[in-house]
Design a protein around this ligand. Sequence first.
Ligand code: CUA
Length: 312
Amino acid sequence: MIHIRPDNFQLPEALSTDAARVDDLYMFVYWFSVIFTVAITGTMLYFVWRYRRRPGHTAEPVTHNTTLEVAWTVIPIFFVMALFHLGFKEYAHEALAAENSIEIGVRGQQWSWTFTYPNGKQDASEVTIPINRPVKFVISSQDVLHSFYVPGARLKKDAVPGMYSSIAFTPNTIGDMQIFCAEYCGKDHSGMLAKIHVVAEKDYEDFLKKGDRMDGEPLDAYGARLYKKNACYTCHTIDGSKGNGPTWKGMYGKPVTLQTGETITADDNYVHESILKPQAKIVQGFTNVQMPPFTLNDEQISGIIAYMKTLK
Ligand code: CUA
């Protein structure tokens, strides 16, 4: 393919080998269209001028010209077929993962992304992958239609509830790629962001082994970080104002009235259960909002509890 790709022309930085291929195709289609638009419009304008009404010239209408008509039908068909072939080749390239791909689960939910690594480790709002290794993202949704969009890799795929879809690519630049949700999915759609961290192979292996609590990080600070990372703030405020779910301010250790009329204490067990099985005990006044279950481990839940304790 012809390489006519000045950097940053209309496109964000390409951070995967596949992105460069998409860009080449994009530029090819772009210049193909520019050349034909200029040629056709130019010829048309020339004819308008050349055959304008003038005294002493009489129009001689042409009824048809079979050779010409066949030519302008058949030639463009070949052009269109060639464009389709190039596009389909790239589509297939991104839809089919290489044999040795690292398979990572991506689950969209209102309003965050959760990633599951091959060893079962989970992470919210950020995903770490090694450079120069093919990665396959297997995408699904917990609730409504979302769309997993990574401009740096030139990839976008809908996250459909009850269905798995996948995309594959090979990152070739160390650094971060931004993830967006590209399908309107409710109030905080625009905040449904995440990051892909591309790291060296060794750092990826180390990352898989360790938990996500940083060395020496206090438990409540860890919980505060998880609150942001898992986008708990989209429903639970920490200043006592009203949200889709109960505010966390002053909740821990206090009595809570459930929809059943029963009163319980918001203790460790209650918080633990409400994160893993949100529908088990619903606070009065919040019956028509469905919180999705979050798969946090015990250390993460302890962090959340420690954080809630600070919100007096
Ligand atoms: Cu999820 Cu928009």
